[in-house]
Design a binder for this molecule. Structure first.
Ligand code: MG
Length: 389
């Protein structure tokens, strides 16, 4: 029996939420843009009116204004987007427990087992579309198909506020004429390579020799061939089933280029605190710290080092980060961006032989203290309390 998979994509998500918060924005071309002072001045989302001017996500605000001088820019409100994203997932979970998020605004739903209760695929999709509109005030595009890859293509087919069904008997007619870059897993480099061999549409990809694709693209080539032929069998994972986390990282583009160790120390401390908080939330410890440094000429390098013992504390992560920086970096070219990543993670509760971390009761006290600080920050804002070291 064929599966029934929906792919639900909230339309122009960030821009639509901003228009909900400030309805005047609905009637003028607007984009959500990162802060230009912080040098994140790119278009993160645009409304339908801005789209008509040819403005695309990822382009600079400067270039967007060239296309549309009266363009209005709204600052992003990530907390509110997360809130709406959760509300949408709550609606989806009324129809199936198999809801798998893909980014903040997209989800796959496996509704194969839901039809006896809620009607056929089209009826369920229609109910979801109307419920999201009524309860959240947002529009959604839904793709219906027998696998995740085609369902996703379906949700891209008509936007906004639309449902597209791609049944097994019609997929060749609907999907094969599409450009190969439309399929999940065909990034820029892959598309370029395929074009070199005159593989331009998803149909060309489907009819290519899979062994040849494997030769030029490795395993990804074989997978793309399967996708194009409707042979994707990957399951929709349950929302609550946790994939093991492999790494936790935070990075920041700096408001001005850094030229001194003190400034670097300051930003590394901030990043260490963020990484530490996320580790503690997931009840994980890191065994290896990696730093990532980009200079003003956009040269990026990364360095890593194991910790003497697994830790989730900002002070330990920061100490190794500074050590790595001092050993490998200088200020010949000023520093534009910094990042810290915790690798080689382990469960806090999983015993480790001779672990100094677990034997050291002081560290337990610090973890408790940092957990309390997190609670304060989450209630009263990140600036409520600062470290004195
Ligand atoms: Mg979207």
């Amino acid at each position: 029996m064929n599966r029934i998979i929906l792919h639900c994509d909230l339309n122009n998500f960030f821009a639509s939420v901003e228009c909900l918060l400030n309805p005047d924005l609905k009637h003028i071309p607007m984009v959500v843009g990162g802060s230009e002072a912080q040098r994140h001045g790119v278009v993160l989302a645009k409304n339908e009116l801005a789209k008509k001017y040819g403005i695309i996500t990822g382009e600079s605000l400067w270039s967007a204004r060239q296309k549309c001088p009266e363009l209005v820019t709204a600052s992003p409100h990530h907390d509110i987007y997360v809130h709406y994203s959760k509300l949408a997932r709550e609606v989806y979970s009324r129809f199936t427990d198999l809801v798998e998020p893909f980014g903040i605004d997209e989800c796959w739903l496996d509704i194969t087992g839901s039809t006896p209760l809620f009607g056929n695929a089209l009826q369920i999709a229609e109910t979801i579309r109307q419920t999201i509109k009524k309860e959240l005030g947002l529009t959604i595009s839904i793709g219906i198909s027998f696998n995740k890859v085609f369902a996703k293509l379906g949700s891209d087919f008509q936007k906004p506020d639309a449902i597209t069904s791609i049944p097994p008997q019609d997929f060749k007619k609907i999907i094969w004429p599409l450009p190969v870059s439309d399929i999940l897993g065909a990034g820029k480099a892959t598309t370029k390579k395929l074009t070199l061999y005159s593989i331009r549409t998803i149909g060309d990809l489907a009819q290519a020799n899979p062994q040849f694709l494997k030769q030029i693209l490795g395993e990804n080539g074989l997978q793309l061939w399967q996708y194009a032929n409707g042979l994707d069998t990957s399951p929709v994972h349950n929302l609550n089933s946790k994939e093991p986390i492999k790494s936790i990282g935070n990075s920041t583009t700096l408001a001005h280029d850094l030229t001194s160790l003190n400034e670097v120390r300051h930003f590394f401390m901030k990043l260490s605190e963020k990484v530490s908080t996320r580790l503690r939330h997931q009840e994980l410890l890191t065994r290896t710290v990696q730093i990532w440094v980009k200079d003003a000429n956009f040269n990026a390098k990364q360095y890593q080092k194991p910790l003497p013992f697994p830790s989730c504390l900002a002070k330990d992560i920061n100490a190794i980060s500074m050590e790595l920086f001092e050993a490998h970096c200088n200020f010949k070219t000023p520093i534009r961006a910094l990042g810290i990543r915790a690798l080689n993670l382990k469960d806090q509760h999983e015993p480790e032989q001779m672990s100094l971390f677990e034997l050291n009761s002081n560290n337990h006290k610090i973890v408790e203290l940092e957990n309390s600080l997190d609670l304060l920050k989450s209630k009263y804002g990140t600036n409520i309390i600062k470290k004195g070291f």
